[in-house]
Design a protein. Sequence first.
Length: 70
Amino acid sequence: MGRSALEWIASILVVIGALNWGLVGLASFSGVNYSWDLVALLLGSIPMLASIVYILVALSGLWMLIQLFK
C-alpha cells in the first residue's frame, strides 16, 4: 500500500524541521553567535510565511507521532 499525499507532505516537513533543528544545534554547539535557522534564512523576509512553515512542521510532527502508535 502506497503512502498518501498527506503522509508524503508530513514526512518532508518533518525532515525539514529535523534539518533545521540540527543546524540550530550545530551553531549553538560550535559557539557561533548567530543561529543557522534555515526556515528564517529562506523565508525571513516573509515572517507570516515562516510562521506558517513552523506551524506546519509542528503539525506534521504530531501527525507522524500519531502514525507511529497506530
